[in-house]
Design a protein around this ligand. Structure first.
Ligand code: NAP
Length: 251
């Protein structure tokens, strides 16, 4: 397998399924060795086995991104397995649809811990190596909900807006070290995260009405943007958030 990321090593969190899995496949397809991380080992091992069977180099690592020790181990295992890390894709995320009044602090904390603190922990653990080696690409998966006012999603939207702000701050902090930090803000893509919504025809129709493209995205439609941000095309581009949402957030 050869491609634009030949010889590079990527770590993707939440890579067992959904967008993370599609992005791990895209990175492997472009030639990168990929460490696929997350909590559900069966999903991760299945993903790594598929990438290896297709001629790639992949390794599954169990990692809860809210655990500092898991994240430290992830960074160490990636380096032990493939010698270095060049690309970090912070993709793990959780959502809950609820009014603010009904949202218990435990739910708020779970969302912010995973979506924001998790990004902080992994970026810190792997980014310190990027700074030391004088190169690296961080791609944070935010959401267009971080750019919009969205009812019933205060915790999720806040966490994703914070990821966009974190992206900008780290871009400025690490630009002099040749480490680029960018984000992708997807709109609706059909994955487990919105399976409940998609099971409800009326709710799905209401969502599609708000998307100018009148459809959800397909996970593989993120790949070109990810490869751009993970490769040399972004060497002089940092702190940006690419919105891929069929036009939903520009209305
Ligand atoms: N699909 C969309 O419409 C959409 C839109 C905008 C943004 N996004 C963002 O895209 C990212 C991927 O979402 P998805 O749509 O692919 O959803 P998904 O299918 O539900 O996948 C979420 C991923 O996050 C991982 N994860 C959750 N908590 C974790 C934790 N504590 N530690 C490590 N991994 C954890 C899950 O793996 P394990 O369960 O194995 O840990 C899973 O692989 C999320 O950040 C989401 O907010 C999605």
């Amino acid at each position: 397998m050869t491609g634009s990321l030949d010889g590079k090593v990527a770590v993707v969190t939440g890579a067992g399924r959904g967008l993370g899995r599609a992005m791990a496949e895209a990175l492997a397809g472009a030639g990168a060795a990929v460490v696929v991380a997350g909590r559900r080992t069966a999903d991760l091992e299945d993903c790594a086995a598929k990438l290896n069977a297709e001629g790639g180099r992949a390794q599954a690592v169990r990692c809860d991104v809210t655990s500092e020790s898991d994240v430290a181990e992830l960074a160490e295992t990636a380096v032990a397995s493939f010698g270095r890390v060049d690309i970090l894709v912070n993709n793990s995320g959780v959502v809950e649809t609820t009014t603010l009044v009904e949202q218990e602090p435990e739910s708020w904390d779970r969302i912010v811990d995973t979506n924001l603190r998790g990004v902080y922990l992994t970026t810190r653990a792997i980014g310190r190596r990027f700074v030391a080696q004088g190169s690296g690409k961080v791609v944070n998966i935010a959401s267009n909900f971080g750019l919009m006012g969205v009812s019933h999603h205060a915790a999720y939207s806040s966490s994703k807006a914070a990821v966009i702000a974190f992206t900008r701050s780290m871009a400025v902090e690490w630009a002099r070290h040749n480490v680029q930090v960018n984000a992708i803000a997807p709109g609706y893509f059909a994955t487990d995260i919105n399976a409940g919504l998609r099971a409800d025809d009326a709710a799905t129709a209401a969502v599609l009405k708000r998307i100018p493209a009148r459809r959800m995205g397909r996970p593989e439609e993120l790949a070109p943007w990810l490869l751009l941000l993970a490769g040399p095309a972004s060497d002089f581009m940092t702190g940006e958030t690419l919105v891929v949402d069929g036009g939903q957030s520009i209305q």
